[in-house]
Ligand binder design. Sequence first.
Ligand SMILES: [Zn+2]
Length: 357
Amino acid sequence: MNHRTRAVLTAALLLATPAGATPTVVDGLAPQAQDGWTTPLWRAVHGPDDALMEARFEAELAAVEQAEDAEADVQDDEAAEDTTTPVVDPEKPAAVSIGSPNGGWLVYPARLQGHPHIKSRARSNYGTDETVQAIAAAVDAVERRHPGGHPLVVGDISRRQGGPFRPHKSHQSGRDADIGYYLVDGAPDGLKRATPRTLDVARTWTFLESLLADDKVEYVFTDRRLERALYRYAKEKAKVPAEVLDRVFSYPHANKTGILRHLRGHADHLHVRFRSPQAIAAATAYVREHGLAAIRPLPVYRKVRRGDTLTGLARRHKTSIKNLCRWNRISRKKVLHPGMKLIVGHRRPRLPEPDAS
Ligand SMILES: [Zn+2]
């Protein structure tokens, strides 16, 4: 989201939030997400370091996880049979990416399915149109330049309507994808650990080169040893110009961040963050059409039982006493009586979709 779009959306949301009411996810996230670009990298995948936001989503997650999994099972069973849907579905409204990758949602998602050279996960292959199309185009580029390779394994992108997705911190708004490496030692079944020896450097570089064109990608986490192999290939075999190498790679510099960055745990997949400007901009129109209430998180209530304390409730619902006080507009000293109803977290709203009545 560019600064202007974000500013407009934030202003709209702040104006529409009554004073003292629980702030929406989006207005809470806007400054948070903006900070994300200027603070250490790991924050982008490890989530906001604001304990408040963290706790809110933990609580939300705990509350909806079960219900959602049941719902997803039914939808996935229906969807799993449909392997003929093209990657680009002209009937679908443009995807909307709401909030941030670490605390957000996805509406009208595109699905990465039905592509002959991609193996994806039926339950988590939902993304923005930009994410899904970029991956498919990059795989096509690999197939054109080096035909006959194994299908690319794509791990989690987002769930159907996005939102919290364990064990990830991000992957919430359709803009993150875990993507396997092309390997020289046979077709992998899932995300498989690559080494400089087993990495199919030529195909993986071609894939990345396509992704990196047109500023579609914000960053890519990989493993330093694999990055080094890719760097050498790009420099020596692919004859990539020095200024491009410098922009794309962190290697060989110790303290530099190029688009490709080392992060522990990425020897078996690339974590790609897509920019998706159209899907982000679409959030403003979505809010205008459906109203702010449609994207506001729903409170999760709990009835106070004998012996409950704020400390105990905070621990149990993975939130803080501060949050409980703020959400319920009570003080820390409030004596809890059995039967009181307290807000202990928030869950995803039912995001309006054309087929939902
Ligand atoms: Zn990831």
